[in-house]
Design a protein around this ligand. Structure first.
Ligand code: FAD
Ligand code: DLZ
Length: 511
């Protein structure tokens, strides 16, 4: 008698789990088990994603499926337009488990609470095991212990622990260069005539061309310009993009990290968040590469430190906070802001040049850099009293790197201060002066950044004061804002009245 074959396991791989050594693949056997990957409407439609984001994820998924096949895995890949497509990941899992006679199902924990919860519900009636996602440098348990042990957790303290833990940029137990943080060297405004390297662009291959056609047909009304499409879609592409960045842009990354330039959207930024977030790059490898460039002498310390801090500091901290605070975090709204998101966030049709430029860039590239997200689109939404959840859903939709675990704390916490200061010790609020100092945007604006009130004044100037005035009950006791309120209190009453009236008039035009 021949022994019956053991039933195969089903290994589920999501669109942001494209790492060859991800936990669920490590437990499987390529000779016997089945990998399930599915393009599904439940994931493409829970927010109206940018066309380039959908194309990036689908093309990277299809290339990853090919890589797995080359490594002898059997991949059940469900295309979005397949007739039998069940429409959601959970129903695809149920279908595939039945079809292939799978005894056990393994997945790596999803990066969003919404999906992890759906998988936990599924695990109640199927033998589904959810494995820890160990592609991060700090696991959730360690972060939880650290977080709960602090009265007022702050990223800088966490970052120092991560430097010690990873041994990155350390000389024994001391930080290289004698300081943990070189941020004060990293705020140079753009000099006229400064030139920037071009990012690494990739030509679409046949797989990507098919995906572009599919996205064109299936998402005709989604936000964003689909072509030219130049994102990398494989591990090799992502590695080439990282190499390119380290060689041509990292040396100046630190100095001009906060600068904004109208016709140079990428400046000296890395453009690797999308690759990191879907698993095409590993965060530790990226940091080791940056440290090596510093040690070889090709990159200054302020650049290497600033870059590594974003990854082992901010990226890990943001993720830790997300899982500690969800699911209630998404409903935080300390200022009780209720205004709808202005339509121009989708059309770019606004006379404020800074917003127009950043939204147009978002539309074309599915990318803006950190300061554009924080100090232009984010700052305006907070000053204008837009409902934080609406702001969050916009960010989650429009950027190629947006997954809730990283997008939500950045948007709702860092940029809207809607969590009441859990992430940042004070709101990132700015008047036109800041935008003018850090960018070349204001020169082409119909408003005058030097005017504080009146029909030609930059609206950010009066919205800034109006925001602090109307939120005094919430912010007045913050020691980091003492100077702001002192300046406001010293202002003439007549000017305060004009500020409030101008703000009211302007905000009425938004609705
Ligand atoms: P660089 O500026 O070159 O930085 C290098 C890397 O550091 C990035 O690739 C990223 O992995 C990491 N990093 C830098 N800042 C942060 C941060 N605050 N949080 C987490 N990682 C960071 N980042 C996302 O990856 N996805 C998002 O959806 C996202 N939404 C954001 C929303 C708002 C309102 C704000 C203010 C920031 C958001 N960020 C998000 C963080 C940051 O803006 C992006 O990581 C960065 O712009 C990506 O571009 P880059 O690769 O060129 O980054
Ligand atoms: C973002 C996204 C999109 C647009 N489409 C898919 C998809 O069709 N199939 C899939 O497996 N994943 C997709 N993703 C990524 C998921 O939304 C992501 O895995 C979860 O949000 C968890 O982070």
């Amino acid at each position: 008698m021949t022994k019956p074959l053991p039933s195969p396991n089903l290994i589920v791989i999501l669109g942001d789990q494209l790492s060859p050594d991800i936990a669920a693949l490590r437990v499987g056997d390529p000779q016997q088990d089945i990998v399930l990957m599915a393009e599904v409407r439940s994931e493409t439609d829970y927010v109206p994603h940018h066309k380039k984001k959908i194309a990036f994820i689908f093309s990277a998924m299809r290339h990853f499926a090919e890589t797995l096949r080359q490594r002898s895995w059997t991949v059940d890949y469900v295309a979005l337009d397949a007739k039998s497509n069940c429409g959601s990941l959970t129903s695809e899992i149920e279908r595939a488990a039945a079809e292939h006679g799978c005894g056990r199902i393994y997945c790596t924990e999803p990066g969003e609470w919404r999906l992890r919860n759906a998988f936990e519900q599924l695990a109640k009636h199927m033998t589904l095991e959810i494995l820890e996602d160990d592609r991060f440098l700090c696991n959730q348990e360690d972060f939880g212990t650290w977080w709960k042990g602090r009265r007022q957790p702050r990223m800088e303290h966490f970052y120092r622990e991560m430097r010690r833990k990873t041994d990155l940029l350390m000389d024994g137990d001391k930080p290289v260069g004698g300081r943990w943080n070189f941020d004060s060297d990293n705020r140079k405004p753009p000099k006229p005539g400064l030139t920037f390297p071009e990012p690494q662009r990739f030509n679409p291959d046949a797989i990507t061309h098919n995906v572009l056609e599919l996205v064109d047909n299936c998402f005709p009304h989604n936000f964003g310009r689909l072509k030219p499409f130049w994102f990398g879609v494989t591990q090799q592409d992502a590695q080439a993009a990282l190499d390119h960045f380290v060689t041509v842009a990292l040396p100046d990354f630190g100095d001009y990290q906060d600068a904004m330039v109208q016709h140079s959207p990428f400046l000296f930024h890395a453009l690797i968040s999308l690759y990191l977030n879907v698993g095409l790059l590993d965060p530790r490898d990226v940091c080791v590469r940056a440290e090596a460039a510093y040690r070889e002498g090709s990159v200054p310390l302020n650049a290497a430190e600033g870059f590594i801090r974003q990854i082992i500091g901010w990226r890990e901290y943001i993720r830790g906070l997300y899982w500690q605070e969800m699911p209630s975090y998404v409903d935080r709204n300390i200022f009780c802001h209720t205004s709808p998101l202005p339509t121009f966030y989708w059309t770019g049709e606004t006379e404020l040049a800074c917003l127009n430029i950043c939204i147009k860039q978002t539309h074309d590239e599915a990318y803006t850099h950190h300061i554009q997200r924080l100090m232009v689109t984010g700052n305006f939404a907070m000053l204008a009293g837009i409902e934080p959840k609406a702001v969050h859903e916009w960010y989650l939709a429009v950027y190629a790197d947006a997954f809730e675990w990283v997008e939500l704390p950045n948007t709702l916490g860092m940029s809207q201060h809607a969590d009441g200061g859990l992430l940042g010790s004070k709101p990132y609020a700015a008047s036109g002066n800041y935008i003018n100092r850090m960018s070349d945007y204001c020169g082409s604006c119909r408003y005058n950044v030097k005017e504080k009130t009146g029909p030609n004044a930059c609206p950010l100037n009066y919205l800034y004061w109006d925001f602090f005035d109307r939120n005094r009950d919430t912010l007045g006791g913050n020691p980091r804002l003492t100077q702001v309120y002192r300046t406001w209190d010293r202002m003439e009453s007549i000017r305060k009245v004009t500020v409030r009236e101008d703000a009211k008039r302007f905000l009425r035009t938004l609705s």
